[in-house]
Design a binder for this molecule. Structure first.
Ligand SMILES: Cc1cc2nc3c(=O)[nH]c(=O)nc-3n(C[C@H](O)[C@H](O)[C@H](O)COP(=O)(O)OP(=O)(O)OC[C@H]3O[C@@H](n4cnc5c(N)ncnc54)[C@H](O)[C@@H]3O)c2cc1C
Ligand SMILES: NC(=O)c1ccc[n+]([C@@H]2O[C@H](COP(=O)([O-])OP(=O)(O)OC[C@H]3O[C@@H](n4cnc5c(N)ncnc54)[C@H](OP(=O)(O)O)[C@@H]3O)[C@@H](O)[C@H]2O)c1
Length: 512
């Protein structure tokens, strides 16, 4: 937590000061206390797979509310922080840190933290909640299954038995390095966008393959290093939105989570006020609410100032001194007609993304169509297993954030299902909710769960809690992490009334 001395001077930096005070108050009011010792921790016991921000945050919530956890992480102790340990030192948040408050006790010093600040925040959280002794490193989870009582086993029974499972393996695994024709004859350097540290780029020509957030980040790197020329070679168009907290928040408030008849309004405004003379870069084949937009204001300026050029086209092959691209006009799809151009380069950056970590350690039944990921209850609970939540790793695209309050909300919904059998959804109702969401989004050009906005996510949570009267007593706990005492007492009374039925049901892991 920020000490008072870390607050900015309120006269010199009034907005930052207000932000810091708000964070301080939120932390005081909403952070569960770390457990003083293991004796305070009880069942349900949760297995958490992955020690990135999602795994560490959900673990901190569990132990903060008195439930024991074990985190299984395939990497070494240096992996705490997940993908942020593997990116460039210059990487940072594109979105404002208001949208990256993954735990209420995390307090940012400013708007756009960089890699080192993000890693510090995750690792401090990990230590603050005493998770060091609860994390097993060099442990790759390969299979998970339930015993006869419905308790989860991770790889084999010697690793313990768990009442619940949180998969937090993320969406960015190993860097993707597609092999392209002629790479072997290229005389320059080829690096992935996550390996830019230490690259000498001053005065060099740089070609960046890819048109996603990493490509934009590589462009920033190139500008900072003073390259002679930078070319972005992008085979598909993506929306770029300004790095502005009000614009980004407004867009995330589209509760329908899809294209609507009004989507032309923000698209028109972006074209006219943000893209302006660079309007040809805005996608013509894709609405704003169909894919994760890139958040960056500088890229437009760099293109205007001639520091970089943006080339729409497919890579034909590498040459000794660059890359040949089939340059396409706006609207011509990937692989369509164009004209071949040689883009000279000394360095080629593969900003081609990351492979997706596998969820195949989960039981086979969770992958049965049409209820395969991301088509799960609230996108993270497979309908066969309400004791499993795959937080942030079924994510496809969104206008929102991976690192925000929802990690806590998902974790507490799982805890509610585990602690209170009367709140636990039956597979039948989970499937009906998925079907309902598909019907509500049937006019969406994307799959119902392939794109969402942050307000839509909040609507899912509200619906989940409001739908079942037994969940009402948990509302404060689910949304804010406070007030667990009362519902926990009521559950005890319910168990007594049900003559132990609740216990039996939980122990067998059967969904009600
Ligand atoms: C350069 C970059 C910038 C980004 N910027 C933003 C941003 O501004 N805003 C935003 O919202 N998101 C951003 N992201 C997305 C990023 O993925 C999230 O911010 C967040 O870090 C994801 O955290 P996570 O814990 O879900 O996954 P990860 O950080 O990927 O952690 C997953 C962990 O699970 C472990 N693991 C995987 N499989 C297994 C297994 N089978 N057994 C055991 N352990 C396993 C991995 O080793 C890893 O440590 C960015 C990503 C990158 C690459
Ligand atoms: N600070 C930030 O917010 C930030 C920074 C970096 C990354 N990220 C996050 O990290 C994740 C990964 O982002 P990313 O930009 O690395 O990957 P990405 O979003 O998957 O984009 C990869 C790009 O490479 C292109 N590509 C892939 N293979 C190609 C090939 N063989 N030939 C030509 N082009 C190819 C893709 O084109 P197609 O689209 O046509 O496939 C796409 O434009 C995203 O979730 C992103 O939001 C965030």
């Amino acid at each position: 937590m920020a000490s008072k001395s870390e607050f900015q001077n309120p006269i010199l930096h009034p907005l930052v000061f207000i932000y810091q005070v708000l964070q301080y108050l939120i932390a005081k009011a909403l952070s569960p206390n770390p457990p003083k010792s293991d004796n305070e921790l009880d069942r349900p016991k949760i297995a958490i797979i992955g020690a990135g921000i999602t795994g560490v945050t959900s673990a901190a919530h569990c132990v903060g509310h008195g439930f024991d956890v074990v985190i299984f992480e395939r990497g070494t102790e240096d992996s705490v922080g997940g993908i942020w340990t593997k990116v460039n030192d210059t990487s940072g948040l594109q979105i404002h840190s208001v949208m990256y408050r993954f735990h209420p006790s995390v307090q940012w010093q400013g708007g756009y933290p960089d890699k080192s600040q993000i890693l510090k925040a995750v690792r401090d959280l990990w230590r603050r909640y005493g998770l060091q002794d609860k994390t097993r490193f060099n442990f790759k989870v390969e299979k998970t299954y339930q015993d006869e009582k419905g308790r989860w086993i991770i790889n084999n029974p010697s690793n313990g038995r768990f009442d619940g499972l949180i998969a937090a393996v993320g969406t960015c695994g190993a860097p993707k390095r597609p092999s392209m024709q002629g790479m072997e004859k290229f005389k320059g350097k080829i690096v992935h966008s996550s390996e830019l540290d230490g690259i000498q780029a001053k005065g060099k020509k740089m070609a960046i393959i890819g048109g996603g957030a990493s490509a934009v980040e590589a462009l920033e790197f190139a500008a900072a290093k003073g390259t002679a020329k930078t070319s972005i070679l992008s085979r598909s168009d993506k929306w770029i939105i300004p790095r502005n907290i009000f614009v980004d928040t407004l867009l995330s408030l589209n509760i329908f989570g899809q294209e609507t008849i009004l989507s032309f309004v923000p698209e028109f405004l972006l074209r006219k006020l943000f893209y302006r003379d660079l309007e040809f870069l805005a996608p013509s084949d894709k609405g704003l609410f169909m894919d994760t937009p890139m958040v960056n204001s500088d890229v437009m300026e760099k293109l205007r100032q001639g520091q970089a050029e943006w080339i729409r086209g497919d890579i034909v092959q590498f040459e000794a001194n660059g890359v040949t691209v089939n340059r396409r006009a706006k609207g011509v799809p990937k692989g369509g007609p164009g004209h071949e151009t040689l883009v000279e380069a000394d360095i080629v950056v593969l900003a081609t993304g990351f492979s997706r970590p596998s969820l195949s350690f989960l039981p086979d039944d969770v992958f049965e169509e049409p209820y395969d990921p991301p088509n799960w209850y609230l996108q993270t609970f497979p309908p066969q297993h309400p004791s499993v939540s795959a937080i942030n790793c079924t994510y496809v695209a969104a206008i929102g954030s991976v690192g925000n309050w929802h990690i806590g909300i998902y974790t507490r919904i799982l805890l509610m299902f585990l602690v209170d059998p009367l709140t636990r959804p039956r597979g039948f109702w989970m499937r009906r909710w998925i079907d309902m969401t598909k019907v509500l989004k049937m006019s969406s050009p994307t799959g119902a769960f392939d794109f969402f906005t942050y307000l839509e996510l909040v609507w899912w949570f509200v619906f989940c809690v409001a739908f079942n009267p037994f969940r009402w007593k948990w509302a404060l706990f689910v949304f804010f992490g406070v007030g667990m005492h009362l519902p926990a007492k009521i559950v005890e009374a319910e168990k007594w009334l049900l003559n132990g039925r609740g216990h039996d049901v939980r122990d067998k892991g059967v969904s009600l």
